[in-house]
Ligand binder design. Structure first.
Ligand code: FMN
Ligand code: SF4
Length: 442
């Protein structure tokens, strides 16, 4: 296993600005400012860096969507909302290498022509907000951020960075509701198009990238795009901060190249399953990604393409391991409760469908469901998927749909055979499954 660290180097006290500087910190920014923004975008594109916030979209390509000739101010939002269950890797960056994130933010602002960046941090991350603010204050004091940058780097370019604290809503991690939240509005996702590069913060061109994505940038500029492109797998290069939780002996965040075998990650890196129990289920990318059965793990690699082939997705690489004693129904109901609670309520399929799925799952737990309820759950999930303003709908639908598909045998044990009901009772039982309007909305 290649021991390569890009985002979380093994250097003591690298979170302190003096240590960061003495280890070559802010040299990549200087190097970037001596080139044109177009050249920087080109290098990041060629490096193959893909977003670490869930969709694995090419970072360089996203930056190239920003309009070049416009009088409007441009913005960068660095997404550290990190509220997906099973995902806890961005806080490692805030704590252990905040200056590399700041340097990446400077370089990205330069590449896209932004003079203002917001680092949006999950509201519950009190400790990490403080740590990040301290690092930012130190960088300002040393002249690495703000107008003093002109003198420090000998350039005309400068930009300001602000930390924006979330207020405890998972939906504010979705890029368009994140922008509404920064604008001081309710965290409702916006209908797309228009996309943020055209119409983002206060109607101006905006790029949104995940914390880990941005933290990779200084090393790409420092070492060259070829160096980066050769780490891990070709179509999804670099390292990933894998966050492993659940039934493993050594849960935690591990930085390793893309494409590592999922089994290697669980058994060699995270120390295997306590009591050597069998694995029943693994969710490889945060709670919204399709789960894999324990017998589907062999040969599966942790990168966007391989996981797609295996019937799941890389998401945030938050790997949740569940052993043979896990009650799959309870897990599914808990995940569904989360999305039901976090749905912003704008679109009917998500607002009503999440509640409907939760009610049906609870009926299964209570022992009052029939076999038709499993098909009903899939039907509701299919009606949510792809029919909503933002991807929270899919995030709620996928666990239900794929868990039933992959664990049907086990779930069948919780349902009674369907009996033919008189017409009146059938209509009544359907009504019973609907959630009263407005129940879950803030
Ligand atoms: C409901 C929802 C929540 C999200 N939460 C986050 C989050 O906490 N952090 C994040 O980086 N991306 C999150 N995303 C994805 C963002 O919308 C966006 O795609 C991402 O920040 C882009 O960064 P990247 O291209 O660097 O991955 C979320 C998406 C949805 C639909
Ligand atoms: S999909 Fe759900 S969370 Fe997203 S906009 Fe619609 S109701 Fe809100």
């Amino acid at each position: 296993m290649e021991n390569i660290r890009i985002v979380l180097p093994e250097i003591e006290n690298i979170h302190e600005i003096e240590t960061y500087i003495s280890n070559g910190g802010f040299k990549a920014a200087k190097k970037a400012f001596s080139q044109t923004p177009g050249e920087i975008i080109d290098q990041v594109k060629k490096s193959g860096l893909r977003g670490r916030g869930g969709a694995a979209f090419s970072a360089g390509l996203k930056w190239s969507f920003m309009p070049k000739s416009t009088d409007k101010p441009k913005y960068l939002c660095v997404n550290g909302d990190e509220s997906e269950p099973g995902s806890f890797k961005d806080r490692e960056v805030f704590e252990k290498n905040p200056h590399q994130l700041i340097e990446g933010t400077l370089i990205t602002c330069y590449a896209i022509g932004a003079k203002t960046a917001y680092i949006y941090i999950r509201g519950e991350y009190h400790k990490w907000i403080k740590l990040m603010q301290k690092a930012l204050d130190d960088a300002y004091a040393k002249g690495f951020v703000g107008e003093k940058m002109k003198e420090t780097f000998g350039t005309d370019f400068y930009c300001d960075i602000y930390i924006h604290k979330g207020a405890g809503a998972y939906i504010c991690g979705e890029e368009s509701s994140l922008m509404n939240s920064i604008e001081g509005k309710r965290g409702y996702p916006r209908v797309k198009p228009p996309f943020p590069a055209q119409n983002g913060l206060w109607g101006n061109p905006t790029t949104i990238n995940n914390v880990e994505t941005i933290a990779n940038v200084p090393k790409i500029i420092e070492n060259g795009w070829e160096w980066y492109a050769n780490i891990g797998v070709q179509k999804h290069p670099g390292t990933i901060l894998y966050g492993i939780s659940g039934h493993v002996n050594k849960p935690g965040v591990y930085e390793l190249p893309t494409g590592i075998l999922l089994t290697e990650l669980i058994f060699d890196v995270a120390g295997g399953v306590p009591g050597n129990k069998k694995i029943k289920m693994v969710i490889p990318g945060g709670s919204s990604m399709p789960p894999l059965r324990g017998d589907q793990l062999e040969g599966v690699r942790m990168d966007a393409e391989s996981l797609k082939e295996a019937g799941s997705a890389i998401g945030t690489a938050g790997v949740m391991v569940m052993d043979e004693d896990t009650d799959i129904l309870k897990v599914l109901a808990r995940i569904t409760k989360f999305y039901y609670h976090e749905s912003c309520g704008q679109c009917t399929p998500c607002r009503e469908g999440t509640g409907w799925m939760l009610k049906t799952l609870n009926r299964m737990i209570e022992g009052n469901a029939t076999s038709r309820d499993l098909d009903l759950l899939i039907e509701v999930a299919n009606n949510i998927e792809g029919n909503t303003i933002c991807a929270l709908g899919d995030a709620a639908a996928w666990p239900v749909k794929f868990t039933i598909q992959r664990f049907r045998d086990e779930l069948e044990q919780y349902v009674k055979p369907e009996v033919e009901l008189p017409i009146y009772n059938k209509v009544h039982s359907m009504r019973e499954t609907t959630v009263p309007l407005g129940v879950n909305k803030r």
